[in-house]
Write a protein that binds this ligand. Sequence first.
Ligand SMILES: C[S@@+](CC[C@H](N)C(=O)[O-])C[C@H]1O[C@@H](n2cnc3c(N)ncnc32)[C@H](O)[C@@H]1O
Length: 281
Amino acid sequence: MTNMLSGNSLIESLEISDDALSEISSILALRRNFSMSVYKDKCMKRRIAIRMRSCRCIDAAAYCNLLRQNEQELDLLKKNLTIHVSQFFRNPSLFEKLQTDVFPYLFREVAQERLMFWSLGCAGGEEAYSLGIILREYFARELQRIPTEIRASDIDADILQVAERAEYNEDRLKDLPDPIRERYFVRNGSRLRLSDKIRNMVTFHQRDIMTAEMFEMCQLALCRNTLIYFTRPDQEKILRGITHILPAGGILVLGKSETLVGDVRGLFTTVCPVERIYRRL
Ligand SMILES: C[S@@+](CC[C@H](N)C(=O)[O-])C[C@H]1O[C@@H](n2cnc3c(N)ncnc32)[C@H](O)[C@@H]1O
């Protein structure tokens, strides 16, 4: 297996030359009628490197070979190149459920001395900050009793910088109720800057979700709209990894179009099928 990555090197180590990029671009144009030309090369290279790493390809030549032979990978790459990042309170009904059912349950029945929440595949941080807003708005008393940490991770260092900056275009806030928007955002030109009160509640980490079993233990794991970019065996691997970092009673939330696959199904009970909320047995 000389063309596979065995270690944990992150995407920065995967070089994609302009020639390789144009080869990948022609494969996608020919086989999927998809044009990469409207996107920035740097951004495309970063996203291709993420797929290369997920497929354990050691260089762009190996990845081009894979693309030529594997229809599923062509679809996954296309999806990955068109990722639409995130939004505050994306799928508002989920955040309502977290506020009314899940957080009270975690504080009441799961927390011992502290709680830890992880947003895995956090993109620009909107999901993790949304958790922070709910905590600050509705759980101030509980927070005094039980220190609660929010961690967020992504493989993409550039996206993590955006997350740490915490300045957003209007469209990212479209599901936010007005009072929340007024309390926690200030306008900075055409963008809206999140208040430090919430920013300081979240720490960001560059981590590969494929190694989730090595993350710190948490009582709530959100892994939304990220699994879909992986093949079924890798989805199973990721879910097995997450299983390792959730104690009994811990909660896992997936995206609306995602579900538990493989052996891990036996390790969770479904709390809310509509919102894809599962409890670790
Ligand atoms: C569509 S965004 C999901 C954002 C957020 N969870 C949500 O639901 O709104 C998917 C994120 O997964 C990240 N990602 C892709 N492969 C990853 C990997 N191997 N490890 C960690 N993050 C990864 C991408 O960089 C991207 O930011």
